[in-house]
Design a protein around this ligand. Structure first.
Ligand code: NDP
Length: 240
């Protein structure tokens, strides 16, 4: 049996590594993306994984996107809420638009997507939801009140939904990556990045594949007793 998995933001960075790991493990994968057509096309060409464009910050778009994937691939049993953005700035410079965009894309998306799949998971008494949080949601970060609030919200969201799903065969967990070598981190200025790496006990950035491996563990059929957890994958940077 090949379970159907949706990975939001699944065509590049951490999401692409998760999509590929799931496919390699035998899942039927749908990779969502937001607007980068070129990367999505290249990803599908290279992996054979179909890409579905819709905006995860928009509830109606998520409902329609999930309906299309269900029609084409089958009922969704695994959801990885990975899509995310940063719009950094200190509070006194942050405009309301950048606050809202980060909340809607990083946290609102978890509601929009989970709401779109939860009824089917409850009916079939099986589901796996993994939400990608962040070390900066656990510890806070200068210049990221919007991002830290959204990611911190993901951890509460995870624990609450885990309680609702527990008796229905649905597990809900979070992964909190530390600094991972993707486009998102490439946007950090080099001198800031050097200081960040100096604070990572393992002495390097993480790899997207290392997050994918964690997700693969959490979505496995055999992981039914792991729910409401946050797995920190950060090279030892913060130990909670
Ligand atoms: P990238 O910037 O490399 O990729 C982001 C992905 O999200 C892209 O596929 C993008 O689509 C998609 N996306 C963004 N906005 C939307 C939207 N509105 N609708 C649908 N898709 C959207 O990010 P990373 O791979 O680095 O990060 C992935 C997740 O991991 C994020 O949630 C991030 O916050 C989190 N994280 C990352 C860390 C890191 O160090 N990199 C550390 C901790 C957490 P498109 O290609 O179309 O733009």
């Amino acid at each position: 049996m090949s379970r159907v998995a949706i990975v939001t933001g699944g065509t590049r960075g951490i999401g692409a590594a998760v999509s590929i790991a799931l496919k390699d493990a035998g899942y039927t994968v749908a990779a969502n993306y937001g607007g980068n057509e070129e990367r999505a096309r290249k990803f599908t060409e290279e992996t054979g994984i179909p890409a579905y464009k819709f905006d995860v910050s928009n509830y109606d778009a998520c409902v329609a996107g999930v309906a299309k994937i269900t029609e084409e691939l089958g009922p969704v049993e695994v959801l990885v809420n990975n899509a995310g953005i940063t719009r950094d700035g200190t509070m006194h410079r942050m405009d309301a638009g950048n606050w809202q965009a980060v909340i809607d894309t990083n946290l609102g998306s978890c509601f929009n997507m989970s709401r779109s799949v939860i009824e089917g998971m409850r009916e079939r008494k099986f589901g796996r939801i993994v939400n990608i949080g962040s070390i900066n949601g656990q510890a806070g970060q200068y210049g990221q009140v919007n991002y830290a609030a959204a990611k911190s919200g993901i951890h509460g969201f995870t624990k609450a939904l885990a309680q609702e799903g527990a008796a229905q065969g649905i597990t809900v967990n979070a992964v909190a990556p530390g600094y991972i070598d993707t486009d998102m981190v490439a946007a950090v200025p080099e001198q800031v990045l050097e200081k960040i790496i100096a604070r990572i006990p393992v002495g390097r950035l993480g790899k997207a594949e290392e997050i994918a491996r964690t997700v693969l563990f959490l979505v496995a059929d055999e992981a039914g007793f792991v729910t409401g957890s946050t797995l920190s994958v950060n090279g030892g940077q913060h130990m909670y």
